[in-house]
Design a protein around this ligand. Structure first.
Ligand SMILES: *[C@@H]1O[C@H](CO)[C@@H](O)[C@H](O)[C@H]1NC(C)=O
Ligand SMILES: *[C@@H]1O[C@H](CO)[C@@H](O)[C@H](O)[C@H]1NC(C)=O
Ligand SMILES: *[C@@H]1O[C@H](CO)[C@@H](O)[C@H](O)[C@H]1NC(C)=O
Ligand SMILES: *[C@@H]1O[C@H](CO)[C@@H](O)[C@H](O)[C@H]1NC(C)=O
Ligand SMILES: *[C@@H]1O[C@H](CO)[C@@H](O)[C@H](O)[C@H]1NC(C)=O
Ligand SMILES: *[C@@H]1O[C@H](CO)[C@@H](O)[C@H](O)[C@H]1NC(C)=O
Length: 848
């Protein structure tokens, strides 16, 4: 009677709720190559959000100083507005003479340098009186600097062109220098690139690459503070309220979900949706003048005698239709943009982020004002918006960001060799506390973000448990579907049996934990090993949905999908019972474990098997089902190394089922996620194809899809492998254990297939069915020798391959002498639909 307990399934379980743990994180899309975070004077590592600031006392490899003075203060005395960063301000290094931090630079280019200063009294040192300069090899960042009272963070961005970055602290005479924390972090290359525009006279400015910049103000118009933890590049954006000249004239607007990052434009790294999705617009109720011709103006304190790079961020979240909004932007009364129409900059799509870089002229003015106002082009609907603003001080002609240094008069104690680090007393240090403003909102926003990401409920598909025969090339080409004779297959399992199987949910039997709940190892009465996934309790309604879904999904049966053996919904439980997969995840066979390395043929067969499983998901049911989290950790291997796709955390229950194509909740794993998702906020079958393409490269190269420990260009596997694929040098990066064992043609076919899967746009990617045929073809090319096609024999490729591959090719040549020409008799051996597809491909390539 226990139909659900099929025999022949003495399957081992290794089922981990991997996808539940790996959520997409918008904050992690850029992985900086250089990422030095130092909590100065601390004795331990300090975690700020998900970043660890290491102690410069535990490891002294960066610091050079004569006297070790590690200062600290009690927490109460720090009144940082940015609560998160408080721990950084509690310790400091004090320098009585010139001292240096030296950081090796792994990737030249723009880097952020951030200093945290909080002056407190320690021992005989009153840091409020400390006066000092800070410089790098090329630029003076601070001179005559005194941190007056509040915690202050100063941010610079510098294009580092040497192999090391040396940051030197130099106290003034009879004074000391100090610092609480330092960051040296790579900036994405494209963040500050290209040309800017000068205002007076209006022209193009192309010198940004060599410019050192100091962030003076970074503002989120019309919205709250965006704290460093909420920005993908750990920047802090403060609110614009207090800079408005006449605040009545302005009003806030917010539509964060509407922001539409388009290809080739501004990205989340340029500014996150929390910045582009809020704006300040004209408050049309404020004026009695019905024509509403007024400007909204912000005014900022700046240091005179410098030029500033002003980056204005726009995103039309106010218009209902295209070409509705036309407005003007002014900086210091110079026109920065005339009749700006964001429909045009967004290529006729609304709410596409756009920014403009503007360089001010050198002026003797310690205020910088920015205004927006309606354009005459659309008098019917006058409005103007601004979403964000960054004001960055540019180094002057002697490479300094400090006016004190510019004066060139000496004065620091160390008898400086650098005349740049001059001093004049009483220099004003105006622009100090810019970035350390209220972090009050940050806790709130964190919570909001977490809520927004809350996972939707997941359920799994019950599958047939028969036909575990391993897939063999050339013999079986059914579509893999096995319709069970018992169509009213009984999956339901009494709770008591589940309790028995898991030793009453014994905690020590837990093999995985995730958002859904826990996964227990278990053994049924007949000895079948199973994985039992126990969901967190749900409401009655939830149970009903759970049941409906199980019924619906019970129609999926495929030997390349992990089988559900049963479920249990007694007592509001949501329990799913799966087959135990003897050989664990594909991922564990590729790297990071003791498993012996898989051969190329085994790998191809695993790829083919999982492609079949996915193809079935996409086409085997009336509505296409999107897996949404394809990755090597979700491909499980049975005792025969047959691949089965697991964790279809896909289906939405109830009425939403009709919208299988439209996904609202973010799902997927970093490194595998379809880039198109970011543009369209939608996952499709082609998103699965993209992720599968990443898996293909993972299988070939046997390394993690994201590996931050590698040099920058290698961190992201998809990018790195595509580079080699495009150069036709894929063989250079394959798993070393495969070296010389892959036939060039098979590798080429495989590489081309993966490349197509990774096409930027979904429409350009092949269907899962096409991927399947191509992989089968790659396997054929590995196994069969094709005659008569010089190109497929690829003599022209051999020279580029490793010596082993050359040897291998010699073997091939020998065997090719006796190989049967590819003809009808061969085709007979290779029965089935897919083989004829392979054949047609072979024929086609022969005919080229
Ligand atoms: C710094 O490190 C030294 C050993 O290198 C240790 O003696 C000292 O206590 C440490 N200071 C602090 C404040 O942790
Ligand atoms: C930071 O340190 C904690 C505790 O040592 C560790 O668990 C975590 O993985 C570290 N985070 C990063 C990003 O290195
Ligand atoms: C840094 O400077 C070098 C040399 O001037 C230049 O080639 C490079 O593009 C710059 N990098 C960035 C990110 O600006
Ligand atoms: C402007 O006034 C109208 C009518 O008094 C009101 O409905 C609308 O919400 C106001 N708009 C703003 C932005 O305050
Ligand atoms: C807005 O400011 C600009 C620059 O100062 C000025 O030329 C323009 O006349 C102002 N527009 C209105 C309507 O006041
Ligand atoms: C900033 O410094 C760089 C390098 O020293 C120099 O080429 C550039 O002209 C300086 N910028 C200005 C505005 O003087």
């Amino acid at each position: 009677m226990m139909n659900w307990r099929k025999n022949g399934l003495f399957i081992y379980v290794l089922y981990i709720l991997s996808s539940s743990i790996s959520r997409v994180c918008f904050c992690a899309t850029f992985v900086p190559t250089d990422n030095y975070l130092i909590d100065c004077g601390s004795s331990t590592t300090t975690s700020i959000g998900n970043r660890n600031f290491t102690s410069d006392n535990l490891s002294k490899k960066f610091i050079t100083t004569q006297q070790e003075i590690l200062a600290s203060t009690s927490s109460k005395s720090v009144s940082s507005d940015n609560v998160d960063e408080t721990p950084l301000y509690q310790t400091a290094r004090i320098f009585t003479g010139s001292s240096k931090y030296t950081f090796p630079i792994n990737q030249k280019g723009r880097h952020w340098i951030r200093f945290y200063f909080f002056p407190f009294i320690y021992d005989k040192y009153n840091l409020k009186a400390a006066k000092f300069s800070v410089s790098t090899q090329a630029f003076v960042l601070l001179s005559g600097f005194t941190a007056e009272k509040n915690p202050v963070m100063k941010e610079y961005s510098i294009n580092v062109t040497s192999d090391t970055l040396v940051i030197e602290f130099r106290p003034y005479e009879n004074s000391v220098a100090f610092v609480n924390a330092i960051e040296v972090v790579s900036v994405p290359d494209d963040l500050i690139a290209g040309d800017a525009f000068t205002l007076n006279p209006a022209s193009t400015y192309s010198g940004l690459v060599s410019q050192a910049l100091e962030t003076v103000w970074r503002i989120n118009m019309g919205g709250p503070v965006v704290s460093s933890g909420q920005d993908p590049l750990y920047r802090t954006w403060i609110s614009d309220q207090k800079f408005l000249l006449t605040s009545d004239l302005a009003t806030d607007v917010s539509k964060i979900a509407g922001v539409n990052y388009a290809k080739g434009g501004a990205t989340e790294n340029t500014a996150p949706p929390t910045v582009y999705g809020t704006a300040t617009e004209m408050n049309k109720n404020s004026s009695n003048d019905i024509s509403n011709t007024f400007n909204v103006t912000w005014r900022f304190d700046v240091e005179s005698g410098f030029q500033y790079l002003v980056r204005a961020h726009f995103c039309d979240i106010v218009s209902k239709a295209l070409n509705e909004l036309y407005f003007n932007v002014y900086i210091d009364s110079f026109a920065a943009a005339k009749d700006l129409d964001l429909s045009t900059t967004g290529n006729n799509v609304l709410a596409v982020p756009y920014y403009k870089d503007l360089v001010t002229s050198l002026e003797d003015n310690d205020k910088l004002s920015v205004s927006i106002g309606p354009s005459a082009v659309n008098k019917d609907n006058p409005n103007a918006i601004l979403n964000g603003l960054e004001i960055m001080k540019m180094n002057n002609s002697i490479g300094s960001l400090s006016a004190a240094a510019a004066s060139g008069t000496g004065g620091d104690s160390s008898g400086s060799s650098s005349s740049k680090v001059g001093v004049i007393a009483g220099v004003s240090v105006g622009i100090v506390s810019a970035l350390v403003l209220a972090g009050v909102f940050c806790v709130m926003c964190r919570k909001r973000r977490r809520l927004a990401r809350q996972r939707q409920s997941k359920t799994w598909i019950p599958l047939s448990v028969n036909d575990a025969a391993s897939h063999t090339m050339g013999s079986k080409y059914s579509n893999g579907t096995t319709i069970s004779a018992a169509s009213n297959f009984e999956y339901r399992v009494p709770l008591v049996e589940v309790q028995e199987a898991t030793n009453n949910f014994d905690e020590s039997w837990v093999i995985g934990v995730g958002g859904f709940g826990k996964v227990f190892k278990g053994e049924l009465r007949d000895g079948t090993k199973v994985a039992v996934k126990r969901g967190n309790p749900r409401s009655q309604q939830g149970i009903a949905e759970f049941r409906t879904e199980i019924e619906m999904l019970s129609q999926f049966r495929h030997r390349h999908l992990v089988s559900l053996i049963g479920y249990c919904d007694e007592n509001n439980e949501m329990i799913l019972i799966y087959e135990y997969m003897e050989n664990g995840t594909l991922k564990s066979h590729l790297y990071g474990s003791e498993f012996p390395s898989l051969s190329w043929k085994e790998r191809l067969e695993i790829c083919i098997g999982s492609a079949r499983g996915l193809h079935y998901l996409h086409t085997g049911y009336a509505k296409a089902v999107i897996h949404r989290d394809v990755k090597s950790a979700n491909i499980l291997l049975d005792e025969n190394l047959m691949a089965k796709v697991a964790d279809f955390g896909l289906s939405k229950t109830g009425p939403e089922l009709d919208q299988t194509h439209v996904s609202t909740a973010v799902k997927g794993s970093f490194g595998y996620l379809d880039p198109e998702y970011f543009r369209r906020q939608q996952l499709t079958e082609k998103s699965d194809v993209y992720s599968f393409g990443v898996v293909l490269f993972e299988v070939l190269c046997a390394r993690p899809v994201i590996d931050p420990s590698l040099p920058r260009e290698m961190v992201n596997l998809a990018e790195w492998a595509m580079k080699y694929q495009k150069k036709g040098q894929l063989e250079q990066i394959i798993d070393t254990t495969l070296a010389g064992k892959i036939k060039p043609d098979s590798l080429r076919k495989f590489g081309e297939t993966a490349e197509k899967c990774l096409a930027d746009y979904g429409v350009d990617r092949p269907s899962m069915g096409d991927v399947l045929w191509n992989l089968e073809y790659a396997l054929q090319l590995q196994e069969v020798v094709v005659q008569g096609d010089p190109e497929e024999n690829s003599t022209n490729m051999i020279g580029e391959l490793s010596p082993q591959v050359n040897n291998f090719n010699q073997e091939t040549s020998v065997s090719s002498a006796s190989a049967v020409p590819f003809e009808a008799s061969t085709v007979d051996d290779l029965s089935g639909v897919s083989m004829s597809r392979v054949f047609s491909q072979l024929v086609k390539s022969e005919g080229r």
